[in-house]
Design a protein around this ligand. Structure first.
Ligand SMILES: Cc1cc2nc3c(=O)[nH]c(=O)nc-3n(C[C@H](O)[C@H](O)[C@H](O)COP(=O)(O)OP(=O)(O)OC[C@H]3O[C@@H](n4cnc5c(N)ncnc54)[C@H](O)[C@@H]3O)c2cc1C
Length: 408
């Protein structure tokens, strides 16, 4: 099965996932790898669908309390965006010290982890799934991150960059702040897991009895606080003897593959015209209010992608959908795109923090559609933010109704 089968880059596929959600099953089973999670994250990240659309689609069939687990999980995404808005680039460094000083962690991700050949089945299955699909269940992300940081003592920042690049849904706020939560640099304690936890929530092929994680939580906590860098003996032995199991890490690309139909910016195509810029984070349907005669231009701003390369799978996901929205697609740095847009009558787009340093100089940007009311005071914990964001509402429908009121 290809990525396009699992995550077809279409609105219909996103809407079908919304329609399939049964919230009571979600609440009961979401921690299990085979539980009733939505798989919506690639669509939400690239805004093929917005959070209000997701929630409206779900509540049309299943009225929900605002405190329902599904609504809370949507809240986590906006909370991480709230932290990014307030803390900016600080989210790329430890928000505070974790269980050990920085110097105790390695600055490289070991090859056996990259190759899914550690000999610890839960880790190797997670890496294989990541490379094959570009998606990982939340619990698998937590296990992978915890093993890498607390067992293998790798600097969370290096590992977070690696995971971000391979995910279809890679989001710098959700990803890097989740790593900090696992590492204990953005939360009060390290997140730890053991083989019993894996056996409870994952299929048999992920179970890891007798491996380095088959220990009590007390022993794992001691390990997380112990400065020595450890390569588990069993993992090393198996890796050395069975290198044929090693996975090939997908290439990471700073620009879209050449067969995706990109052009260099072309001033003549937009001269004197209204322009609507489509970027990788606003891939929903085009606004119905665009003036007639508007030129729709898709852009990949390479200043961003040079710093944060993507897997080919992700490029194809994004580029296929962008091609559905416009035939005119440019790939270049912000200076060159800006020069080409100079002669346009008006250029508009939607705000996006991933492109914040560049987009504002190219277009007048509308605020992106959010689900929860903005919390204007910095919150350092999800519960603080959640109390403020949700307290005026009893039901999900109240929340949706309020967001249509211009007052906020
Ligand atoms: C180490 C680590 C890295 C992560 N990196 C990313 C990332 O780059 N991009 C990303 O979107 N999420 C990330 N997450 C959060 C979470 O794992 C994914 O959002 C979720 O697994 C996506 O699968 P789903 O759409 O089936 O989720 P569902 O459980 O069906 O949830 C629906 C939607 O709610 C939001 N959501 C649910 N749980 C979370 C959560 N814990 N944090 C933030 N949003 C949530 C997502 O938008 C998700 O699509 C990360 C978590 C961890 C532990």
């Amino acid at each position: 099965m290809t990525m396009l089968d699992t995550f077809p880059p279409t609105r219909q596929a996103a809407l079908a996932r919304v329609s399939d959600l049964i919230p009571s099953d979600y609440a009961r089973s979401r921690n299990a790898l085979e539980g009733a999670v939505t798989g919506l994250s690639p669509y939400i990240t690239h805004r093929l669908i917005s959070l209000p659309e997701v929630l409206a689609g779900v509540t049309a069939k299943h009225p929900l309390d605002v405190q329902h687990k599904f609504v809370v999980e949507l809240g986590w995404r906006e909370y991480f965006r709230h932290v990014w808005a307030f803390r900016g680039n600080e989210i790329f460094e430890s928000l505070h010290e974790g269980p050990l000083p920085h110097a105790s962690y390695a600055a490289m991700l070991p090859a056996d982890i990259r190759q899914g050949a550690t000999g610890v089945p839960v880790i190797d299955m997670a890496v294989r799934t990541l490379y094959e699909t570009g998606y990982l269940h939340n619990h698998a992300r937590m296990w992978l991150a915890s093993y890498i940081v607390h067992v293998r003592k790798v600097d969370w920042r290096i590992a977070a960059d690696w995971l971000y690049s391979h995910l279809l849904d890679g989001d710098l706020a959700s990803n890097h702040l989740s790593w900090q939560w696992v590492a204990g640099t953005g939360s009060s304690k390290p997140y730890l897991f053991n083989a019993d936890n894996v056996a409870r929530y994952a299929p048999a092929s992920w179970h890891s009895p007798g491996s380095v994680i088959d220990q009590s939580y007390e022993a794992l906590d001691r390990l997380a606080r112990q400065p020595t860098r450890r390569v588990p003996t069993r993992a090393r032995a198996e890796h050395d003897s069975t290198t044929s199991d090693a996975l090939i890490e997908p290439l990471l690309l700073a620009e879209p593959p050449s067969d995706l139909g990109w052009a260099q910016p072309d001033a003549a195509a937009v001269a004197g015209r209204d322009v609507w810029l489509v970027h990788p984070w606003n891939l929903g349907d085009l606004p119905t209010t665009l003036p007639a005669n508007t030129v729709v231009v898709g852009v990949f701003i390479t200043d961003f992608h040079r710093a944060w390369p993507w897997s080919e799978r992700r490029w194809r996901f994004v580029a296929t959908r962008m091609a559905e929205l416009t035939a005119l697609r440019w790939r270049s740095d912000a200076t060159v795109i800006g020069a080409a847009l100079q002669g346009a009558a008006r250029v508009r787009s939607v705000e996006e923090p991933h492109l914040a340093p560049w987009l504002a100089s190219l277009a007048f940007c509308e605020a992106a559609v959010e689900l929860f009311p903005a919390v204007n005071r910095r919150c350092d914990s999800f519960s603080q933010w959640w109390t403020r964001a949700s307290r005026s509402f009893a039901t999900a429908s109240d929340l949706l109704a309020a967001r249509q009121t211009p007052a906020w």
